[in-house]
Ligand binder design. Structure first.
Ligand SMILES: Cc1cc2nc3c(=O)[nH]c(=O)nc-3n(C[C@H](O)[C@H](O)[C@H](O)COP(=O)(O)OP(=O)(O)OC[C@H]3O[C@@H](n4cnc5c(N)ncnc54)[C@H](O)[C@@H]3O)c2cc1C
Length: 451
């Protein structure tokens, strides 16, 4: 009942059959690996549970870090490695870090070869953004803040072209449900497609099934991020490691939609690149607080910023409160229209959520996995000291809903001034068992000493 490995046409029956690789997942990892494998002559099958474009990858905004042949002045691969190890605070697999930082430029070239076009800077080379924990600008982006969608579009085009040339096969709506085994060896993938079970034999299986954001009640991940690959691997007897490592993006737009019909599908992550361009975090009193927690302030590593928000709110006696992102300072420094040009998608989405981030503060909540969320503030933040944060003009409309999006519009002249961040207790589902709540409690531990 399972398909057999194929012998390429034009080869004699004595010729060895091509090795078959089944790739599960159509995010950047699966698409790119399938293209590379097909190029290398493997009999490649790409299997994904939804459409090809249903992935976390599609939502990635800020970009990909790499030190290129022609880097920002003074930047080196060694600096990239050092930054990564420092941000990892002793948890990194150093061999992996060295490999990824060293080979990043090769993979950027690989992505380009498959049609990915990164945004270009004024100097003729790629535009390089700055993000937290990086000591130099080295983030390549595409479509401003639509990097994931642009990367995925190009790779999907390349995959479909390769399929057209008979170099690989694509199975969509094919939900991997089991790794087939013969003794201790994985021999294929069982899957469900259009209500029917099927299976495909393979010499090797690559699980590129993405993350587990949907294990959390609040996440910026799409519905497909349900940790399937991890479950498949565990059931097949694979050893797992580092399951406690989940990304808590410091900032998710607080969703307080009064009118849910106007609310977008999920919480909005605002790329760290926005802080990289100069946006600052302020509390409900208008005080910029990150400098008290880490010398890199808003550009400290994400876990540090997440914990700092939580600690700061706890210190203020408002553990379920919010903090605000002030992106207005970017336009003040870079000129009117900069935010729209650099972050077109976020400008549109925040506008749809009722926030003009060139003029308003928006409210933010720390989210499990990648994400930010914002809403009009419930109370206008008043600056603590002149110059720290421009004064609020008038309160934006209030909504207390925890999920959904703000439906009310704020204008430059009528709303308070910045975006509000909030810390909330993530509610992990049972799948990760008892370890995760313990980990989450760990978020309130003191921050490590500043480097
Ligand atoms: C809002 C947001 C912003 C982000 N911004 C950035 C950023 O700026 N920079 C950055 O580096 N990262 C960013 N990330 C993270 C980045 O998107 C992911 O790390 C990356 O895309 C993961 O790629 P992947 O190919 O491993 O997984 P995914 O892109 O999640 O792909 C997984 C694939 O597996 C498929 N799949 C899952 N289970 C099964 C199954 N049982 N059977 C068949 N198929 C299955 C899914 O349908 C999907 O196609 C962001 C993430 C989000 C959500």
């Amino acid at each position: 009942m399972f398909e057999r490995g194929t012998v390429p046409s034009g080869t004699s029956s004595a010729a060895p059959a091509r090795q078959r690789l089944v790739v599960v997942g159509s995010g950047i990892a699966g698409l790119y690996a399938a293209l590379l494998a097909a190029d290398a002559g493997a009999d490649t099958v790409l299997l994904t549970k939804g459409r090809l474009d249903e992935s976390n990858t599609w939502y990635a905004q800020g970009g990909i870090s790499a030190v290129l042949q022609d880097p920002a002045p003074g930047d080196t691969v060694a600096a990239h490695i050092a930054d990564t190890l420092r941000a990892g605070a002793g948890h990194c697999d150093e061999v992996a870090v060295r490999l990824m930082c060293t080979e990043a430029r090769l993979d950027i070239e690989g992505l380009r070869r498959f049609g990915v076009r990164f945004d270009m800077g004024n100097g003729g080379g790629p535009a390089l953004g700055l993000e937290a924990a990086h000591s130099a600008p080295r983030i390549l982006h595409a479509g401003g803040d639509a990097t994931g969608a642009r990367v995925a579009e190009a790779l999907i085009r390349a995959v479909l072209a390769a399929q057209g040339e008979g170099k690989l096969r694509v199975l969509t709506r094919a939900y991997a449900t089991a790794l087939l085994k013969d003794g201790g060896r994985v021999t294929g993938v069982g899957y469900l497609q259009d209500g029917r079970t099927a299976g495909i034999e393979a010499d090797a299986v690559l699980l590129a099934t993405g993350g587990a954001g949907q294990l959390f009640a609040q996440t910026t991940n799409p519905g497909v991020a349900t940790a399937d690959g991890l479950a498949l691997a565990v059931r097949a007897g694979a050893a797992t490691a580092d399951l406690e490592f989940f990304q808590f993006h410091p900032t998710c737009m607080v969703d307080t939609a009064a009118d849910r019909s106007a609310a977008p599908a999920g919480p909005l992550l605002i790329s760290e690149a926005v802080r990289g361009e100069g946006a600052i975090l302020v509390d409900a009193g208008g005080r910029r607080f990150m400098r008290a927690y880490h010398p890199d302030a808003e550009l400290a590593p994400r876990d540090v910023v997440s914990r700092s928000i939580a600690l700061h709110l706890a210190k203020l006696g408002d553990p379920n409160g919010h903090v605000y992102l002030d992106a207005r300072v970017i336009e003040e420094a870079r000129g009117e229209g900069f935010l729209e040009g650099r972050f077109p998608t976020l400008t549109r989405k925040t506008r749809e959520a009722g926030i003009d981030w060139t003029a308003n503060l928006s409210r933010w909540r720390r989210r499990p996995t990648t994400g930010w969320a914002a809403s009009p503030p419930t109370t206008p933040p008043a600056p603590a000291s002149p110059g720290s944060t421009p004064p609020a003009k008038s309160p934006a409309p209030v909504s207390t809903a925890q999920t959904g999006w703000p439906a009310t519009r704020s204008s430059k002249d009528s709303s308070s001034a910045a975006a509000l961040l909030r810390t909330s207790s993530p509610r992990p589902t049972a799948l990760l068992g008892r370890r995760l709540p313990a980990l989450l409690r760990g978020l309130s531990r003191p921050l490590p000493a500043s480097p």
